[in-house]
Design a protein around this ligand. Sequence first.
Ligand code: UTP
Length: 242
Amino acid sequence: MVYVQPVIMPTHIIALGGSLLRPEEAEMRGIWFGQLRQMAVHFEGNGRKLGIVVGGGLAAREAIKLAKETVTESYRLDSIGIMATRLNASILQQSLIEIGCNVNSEIPETTASASEMFESYDIVIMGGTIPGHTTDAVAVELARDCGSPHCVIATNVSHVYDSDPRKNPAAKKFDEITLSKLAQITGKDAQGPGESAVVDPIAVKRAIEFGIRLAVLDGRNLSILEDALEGRPFVGTLVKVD
Ligand code: UTP
């Protein structure tokens, strides 16, 4: 008798920056969404599991700006940001359900419940969880809960740089760095409500704690995201465990 060793495919987790949904750019958004749907169908068709943690993008920024006129406590502003991330998550969730993907019907509020959902669904989509961090950190926690050794941070810049390339034209980009080097670049302090950085410092801290490798890349180009998910060399920064 021949025994076939079952192949255990790791669950792939992506932090999908909310800025990628681009409510301000109808044409590009349509193309991008179509490609993302195709990628999800392809992934599911190959029997793989995908967890997508969606950021708040413009909805979060606008809502937090509006709330700041009357709300001062950070955790309250964060709670508003979390609702925006869940709003964006439900847009992607409904869009994938509509084309027949096996996607979670409820948006989970914790990474523990999200990881349990993989027993019933191929694709699990969620937004934020609790105040004090961003969806980058949620994605790293979800990777840990799913036993995945890596997490993709799909954002709107091409690489991690040693300083902000918008302010410093001589900024150096990295194809590969370690988590501790990334922690030096991002700093240790949590971001304020609605603040943005290439990777949330809390996510970096958690990745160090859990030993999770990161791939930071420009999610506006979905072929780059696909390269990273397929384990091929990709354009972006590979952040290795020290
Ligand atoms: P995001 O995860 O969207 O942050 O959360 P971001 O870095 O701005 O990412 P992009 O722009 O979408 O790529 C938006 C805000 O929601 C709150 C925080 O205030 C954050 O700044 N938030 C989000 C939380 O407090 N907890 C969460 O788990 C997620």
